[in-house]
Each structure stands twice: as structure tokens, then as C-alpha cells.
Design a protein around this ligand. Structure first.
Ligand SMILES: CC(C)(COP(=O)(O)OP(=O)(O)OC[C@H]1O[C@@H](n2cnc3c(N)ncnc32)[C@H](O)[C@@H]1OP(=O)(O)O)[C@@H](O)C(=O)NCCC(=O)NCCS
Length: 157
């Protein structure tokens, strides 16, 4: 299925398709520009390849005239669908590409049986996705994402 065309959009020849390993360099570049690659062990190239091979994951690429301009990825575990990461190259932001990526990953989740979609939205020094997700119809939940980047500490405690 890798590389299969899912949809073709009218917005400046936008194509949204499945991730291929040849997309790695472009996606890494976009994540670095957007300051989203703060934990390469979690989100770096090896992780992207694992995600693309994981049958519970959906990993989509936005491409315009053969150039990778963004991506979105998430997971559906049979109960909840969760979008973990979305990125659009700064040169292409605010032109509807992020919205199309969310629409297409949602369609994929629905086809897998998901009744809802959640996102890990946030605000950092150089990015803020809260308003973007609100505009698309996501609402706040009284929960907070917590993480321990030292997985061994949790096991050894
Ligand atoms: C957030 C992001 C994915 C949005 O993608 P995009 O292609 O720019 O989004 P769209 O053009 O589809 O925007 C849809 C709407 O949200 C608004 N919007 C987009 N990003 C916004 C932001 N950061 N703050 C406020 N509003 C925003 C757009 O203006 C548009 O509003 P409109 O419908 O009134 O015109 C993109 O800006 C991005 O990659 N940002 C940096 C990384 C990031 O924050 N990722 C999310 C955290 S994982």
C-alpha cells in the first residue's frame, strides 16, 4: 500500500498519499524547520519507518508538483483514533494543506472503524496548533498529556 494515491486535491495540485521511505529526508527537514524534532529517538527517521510498517498507524504525505510539503500521522487502536503529529512546510502554511491532511487521515480512521478522532495539540516557543485544531472543530478536554522520556526509570521504580 505504500505510495498509494488516496486523494487528489484541487488546491495547487495537492496530492495526499501514503508515506514512502523516500519521503524521509523531506519530512525530517520540515520537522526541523518547524522545531518539531526535539526527540529524534521518538520521532526520527527510524521511528517513521516503524510507524509506516505498523498496521495500526496511518501516515500520510502532502505533495505538490512532486515536492513533499507536509505530513500527518496517528494511530487507531480499535477504540480511539489519535493524531500524534502534523507538519506543513512554512512556505505552504495557511493555504489549506493542514486541513486537507486532517480530513484525509480522519477518512482513513473512519474507514478503519473509528467513531472519533483526538489530537495532541499544543503550544511551544515556535509553534501553536491550538487555534488550527479549534477551527477544524476539535474541542478542549480537561486532560493533560504527560510523558516520561526515560522509559527504564518507569520499569525500575
Ligand atoms: C499547524 C499547521 C499544521 C497548520 O497547517 P496549515 O496548512 O497552515 O493549516 P490550514 O491552512 O489548513 O489552516 C486552517 C485554518 O487554521 C488557521 N491556522 C493554521 N495555523 C494556525 C496557527 N498556528 N494559529 C492560528 N490559526 C492557524 C488558518 O489560518 C486557517 O484559518 P481559516 O480557515 O480561517 O483561513 C501548520 O501551521 C504547521 O505545520 N505548523 C508548525 C508545526 C505545528 O504546530 N504542528 C502541530 C503540532 S504537532
Amino acid at each position: 500500500m505504500d505510495g498509494t494515491l488516496i486523494t487528489s486535491k484541487v488546491i495547487t495540485n495537492l496530492i495526499i498519499r501514503k508515506f514512502q521511505e523516500s519521503d524521509l529526508k523531506s519530512i525530517i527537514e520540515i520537522l526541523q524547520i518547524n522545531n518539531q524534532l526535539t526527540h529524534p529517538d521518538v520521532d526520527g527517521p527510524e521511528a517513521m519507518i516503524r510507524v509506516s510498517k505498523n498496521t495500526s498507524s496511518v501516515f500520510l504525505i502532502a505533495e505538490i508538483n512532486g515536492k513533499v510539503v507536509g505530513s500527518v500521522r496517528g494511530v487507531y487502536d480499535g477504540s480511539r483514533a489519535l493524531i500524534h503529529q502534523i507538519t506543513v512546510h512554512p512556505d505552504w502554511q495557511k493555504q489549506g494543506i493542514g486541513s486537507e491532511l486532517i480530513k484525509d487521515i480522519t477518512r482513513e480512521f473512519k474507514n478503519l472503524g473509528a467513531p472519533s478522532v483526538s489530537v495532541t495539540a499544543g503550544k511551544g516557543d515556535q509553534w501553536d496548533s491550538i487555534e488550527f485544531f479549534k477551527k477544524l472543530g476539535f474541542t478542549d478536554m480537561p486532560i493533560k498529556l504527560m510523558v516520561n522520556f526515560n522509559i527504564d526509570e518507569l520499569i525500575e521504580k
